[in-house]
Design a protein around this ligand. Structure first.
Ligand code: BG6
Length: 282
């Protein structure tokens, strides 16, 4: 069942419920901000102090970073992580495929406003499949008459019970850019543990990685993605962000499926590119 709901401040979202799971999706940002298998705790983390406002990205869930990730390389005054996560998307389709599976398709098209930020014609489609797994496929179509380059990420915030007990497997022996150490390149042989601020862009990554929490595993399977970003702001940065609850850093970890920096994607006129993230909670 899919219901249109709204928060007290008027912010609207789709509430999706089927035999497997419950999810919440907002057209503002094309943003999945809750996903939960029945009788379990949420898979995605959501800040208790997130804004739910027009033009602000929700802090938690899965923001869409597009058409650039991080700072815009031509104009650093533009908003970090692009405009898709703050734009109002259109609802294209809702399909109740069967009792266990629901799909939602959202679209974002270029407009006069987007062309002042990024001078290209595009069609962006987000296919969200809610079932015993959560699957997101972001497809970029170049409908312009010239090629363009994008960087992108499905910026997933995962909920963990205790960050000090978490390990991430699948990124061992892969080079990463450490955004906290002047972009130096490093590589580690052991699974990742988080005991301080972490902001790493792994590049030329493999198809999957696993977040091991004390009581469950979250598996992240990727297609069309060649970068993985791992981020936890830790104590000081969490406090600096008004929309990030102060203790939240203990209960979250971002593992982002993307194409960033040297893995940015050039799409020719008339062509398209898709990136998929499939999240399984085990
Ligand atoms: C991560 C970046 O993807 O997003 C970090 O690697 C950044 O550098 C973080 O701080 C959050 O970004 P924002 O714009 O949502 O505060």
């Amino acid at each position: 069942m899919v219901t249109h709901k709204h928060l007290d401040n008027g912010f609207t979202y789709l509430d999706i419920r089927n035999r497997q799971a419950h999810a919440k999706v907002s057209l503002q940002g094309g943003h999945v901000f809750d996903y939960q298998l029945h009788d379990t705790e949420p898979t995605l983390w959501l800040s208790q102090t997130s804004f739910f406002h027009k033009d602000r990205a929700i802090r938690g869930g899965i923001p869409i970073c597009w058409p650039w990730f991080g700072k815009n390389k031509n104009d650093t005054s533009l908003a970090q992580h692009g405009f898709a996560r703050t734009s109002l998307w259109k609802l294209h389709a809702i399909k109740e495929i069967n009792a266990d599976t629901t799909s939602i398709t959202l679209e974002l098209n270029d407009s006069r406003q987007t062309r002042t930020l990024w001078p290209f014609k595009f069609k962006l489609t987000l296919l969200i499949i809610i079932s015993d797994k959560l699957s997101l496929t972001l497809t970029t179509q170049n409908i312009d008459d010239k090629p363009f380059e994008i960087s992108e990420a499905l910026h997933s915030y995962f909920k963990v019970k205790d960050i000090s007990q978490v390990t991430v497997k699948g990124l061992e022996n892969i080079s990463y850019i450490d955004q906290l150490k002047e972009n130096t390149i490093s590589r580690a042989t052991l699974p990742i543990i988080i005991n301080e601020e972490v902001d790493r862009i792994y590049y030329d990554t493999q198809d999957s990685c696993t977040l091991n929490d004390t009581h469950r595993k979250i598996s992240i399977d990727n297609k069309g993605s060649f970068s993985t970003v791992v981020w936890n702001p830790w104590i000081t940065k969490a406090k600096e962000m008004r929309d990030f609850d102060d203790q939240g850093y203990k209960r979250m970890l971002c593992i982002e499926t993307g194409n960033v920096l040297q893995n940015s994607i050039t799409i020719k006129a008339g062509e398209s590119h898709s990136i998929t993230q499939i999240i399984s909670t085990l």
